[in-house]
Design a binder for this molecule. Structure first.
Ligand code: IVH
Length: 675
């Protein structure tokens, strides 16, 4: 192909991919199979690699950005990003309507009713049809620049469709949300990786958008719906219905359903229908939004401090109760995450008595402006845990106190740190009793070391009486020490000691899982066992090398690297070893059927097609091992360019020497690092 032809092909591929993205993610009417789509995508990626001069930031291959950010930049909203007043009853909604009637005397007007999606408000700024910035609401005047994160959402077009010239500026506003199914899958994955699950889809969406690493955001099942505009230049809309129609024509994702209503009675009908079909939406809807359709009246109606007067939200009552927030306590989870909990005056909610409810995190408390002493509304969230959803501001007396998260862990008193997702605070003291208790529960659980009889009540006592400071102490316990514990007869004391002793022989992967390395769930632990015959071998692995293993991404690799770098963790491993815990793969358990099982390789010199790590991973993937030094037991030395003294030693010992081509032949079907 000639250069102009290549350029043309790239342009065509980009347009086709954008179109199919739209058909798939926005219109929900795909025309081609995933395979065909992948083919187009790969052809484009390949051309862009060969001809980097034709790369542009709005290419569909450029959705997931490069290096993580250290902080978000601030963005000033050119038009303030407002919120909505809530109404909860027909009477309140009628009052809204009556006010409009008074303010627009003798004027005919109509309404649009839209679903109120429970997500996170965002602004997307398109200049001449290109997405330039995406931001959060923040305080309404200034938000965070989360462009890199928003670009990963496939239903957000990087360039607008437009038959004519796109407007100079089109700021669109909407909600980023997570579907219920994606949320459930994400939480399952988090729990099996030993991470704290999100409380609800809204929190999951908010937490995801706050991540500084867009590569992680790209894997979160986020979606968007756009229902409004901010700054406009070169475009105007007479009615809200036209606005929605126009956004849709630009390829933007607008509400699935909306109702045009000529009278208040129709608004009530629409809200009834929305309520009825609410469960059929694949995401959470917490009410309806009623908007004046005629935009020409907006300026005249104006706004209050935080909301426009031309729109209002109508929230569906879910099981909800009002009560007093007596105090806020802070719980510490297994990973050290600090969760604020509302201590409430008891109240009945959907048939059960509630005296505690989650407040999620400091951001949520601030967002809802919840203060100690407030009369608060409690709801059963989609899940079972009740949640404080808002404050009865009218009931404020002025005696309420603003809450601040503690700077020290409420259990151990150590300094707390901001967690990597920037939302939660975390106690990083692994000896913190709260963390320790949960860690021991995890360690002893059936899927991990499977220590029968070592349940929560016993663990609490062992920690509180300082008999156990980390899992290795379990193995030093004597029957007479535990016999004193509450609710433990002499016989069961011995049973417990026996059960603990028996756990010394658990499979290596169970030990790895039991350690509670972040991101390492049972499945990942099994993968690690297949590649590393012992904890020593795993401790030597670099994150680069770990990443070459299929199923282990950069985050897991990093987390494992961090774990073993910690002196405290290394000391723990030493104590577990001394306690006689199995820290090796059983001889027969090597990569099942691995062609290289039992064979040890030594790598020397530079290989042309692999890094050292990739070659190592390929060997391990087939059940083989890699050693740093040559001995008689070495199966083969793989020698690249400029080999070192290892080659001489191999010759001396008569060990087989392979060049790169031979090695490649041997390892062709290795899954990792060779594609
Ligand atoms: S219009 C200036 N429409 O609910 C008007 N908001 O509780 C801005 N929301 O701040 C909002 N669905 O984050 C609008 N169809 C919808 C909405 C919606 C969800 C969110 C939005 C808003 C909040 C108010």
């Amino acid at each position: 192909m000639s250069t102009p032809q290549i350029q043309e092909r790239i342009g065509k591929l980009r347009a086709a991919i954008e179109r199919h993205n739209h058909l798939y993610y926005v219109a929900n009417q795909p025309e081609i199979s995933d395979r065909e789509y992948d083919r187009l995508y790969h052809e484009l990626a390949e051309l862009e690699k060969q001809y980097p001069q034709f790369m542009t930031p709005d290419s569909p291959t450029q959705r997931v950005g490069g290096a993580p950010l250290t902080a978000f930049k601030s963005v000033r909203h050119r038009a303030p990003m407002m919120s909505l007043d809530n109404t909860y009853s027909p009477a309140e909604l009628t009052a809204f309507h009556d006010r409009l009637r008074r303010q627009l005397p003798h004027q005919a007007f109509s309404y649009i009713v839209e679903p109120k999606v429970d997500g996170v408000a965002v602004t997307l700024r398109y200049e001449r049809g290109r997405l330039v910035t995406g931001s959060t609401r923040g305080d309404g005047a200034t938000g965070d620049d989360i462009t890199a994160n928003l670009r990963t959402i496939r239903s957000i077009p990087l360039t607008l469709f437009s038959a004519n010239r796109p407007p100079a500026v089109l700021e669109v506003r909407g909600e980023v949300y997570m579907r219920r199914d994606g949320f459930a899958a994400l939480n399952r994955a988090r729990e099996s990786a030993g991470e704290e699950p999100f409380a609800n889809p809204r929190n999951a969406a908010a937490g995801s958008l706050k991540l500084l690493d867009a590569r992680i955001v790209a894997r979160r099942p986020l979606d968007v719906v756009l229902y409004g505009v901010g700054e406009l230049e070169g475009i105007a809309f007479e009615t809200h219905a036209q606005l929605l129609e126009s956004l849709k024509e630009f390829g933007l994702k607008t509400p699935l359903r909306f109702w045009q209503c000529a009278a208040l009675a129709e608004v009530f009908q629409a809200l009834e229908e929305l309520k009825r079909i609410r469960p059929t939406f694949p995401f959470e809807i917490d009410g309806g939004v009623i908007k004046l359709n005629e935009r020409s009246f907006y300026a005249q109606l104006g706004a209050t401090a935080k909301s426009p007067r031309w729109a209002v939200a109508f929230k569906y009552e879910s099981a909800r109760a009002e009560t007093t927030l007596k105090s806020i306590t802070v719980q510490v989870g297994r990973t050290g995450a600090l969760t604020p909990v509302a201590e409430l005056e008891s109240v009945t909610l959907a048939g059960s008595t509630i005296s505690r409810a989650t407040l999620h995190n400091a951001d949520e408390i601030k967002r809802k402006d919840i203060r100690v002493g407030d009369r608060v509304y409690v709801e059963k969230a989609g899940e079972v845990i009740p949640e404080v959803v808002g404050v009865n501001i009218a009931a404020r007396t002025g005696k309420e106190r603003v809450f601040h998260m503690p700077e020290k862990c409420p259990v151990c008193g150590e300094q707390v740190a901001q967690a990597e997702d920037a939302v939660a605070l975390r106690c990083e003291n692994l000896q913190c009793p709260a963390q320790l208790k949960r860690w021991l529960q995890h360690f002893a659980a059936r899927g991990a070391m499977d220590i029968e009889g070592l349940g929560e009540a016993l663990i609490d006592q062992l920690v509180d009486q300082r008999l156990v400071r980390d899992p290795s102490d379990l193995y030093q316990l004597r029957p007479e020490q535990v016999a004193d514990l509450e609710r433990l007869a002499e016989k069961s004391a011995q049973n417990l000691i026996d059960a603990i002793a028996a756990s010394r022989r658990r499979e290596f992967w169970r030990v790895l899982f039991a350690l509670g390395i972040r991101q390492v769930g049972a499945k990942k632990a099994q993968t690690l066992e297949q590649h590393y015959a012992s904890i020593e071998a795993l401790m030597k692995a670099t994150p680069d090398e770990l990443q070459q293993i299929r199923d282990l991404g950069p985050i897991v690799a990093q987390s494992i690297g961090d774990y073993f770098r910690s002196a405290r963790n290394r000391a723990l491993i030493g104590r577990l070893r001394q306690a006689g815990i199995n820290l090796k793969r059983a001889p027969g358990a090597a990569a099942k059927g691995g062609r290289l099982a039992g064979k040890t390789f030594v790598l020397t010199g530079a290989l042309e097609h692999f890094t050292r790590e990739q070659a190592g991973a390929a060997i391990r993937a087939l059940g083989g091992e890699v050693s740093a030094s040559v001995s008689k037991k070495t199966f083969a030395v793989v020698a690249g360019a400029d080999p070192g003294s290892k080659l001489d030693k191999a010759r001396k010992l008569g060990v087989k020497i392979m060049n790169e081509a031979e090695f490649m032949k041997l390892s062709v079907s290795a899954p990792a690092g060779l594609s």
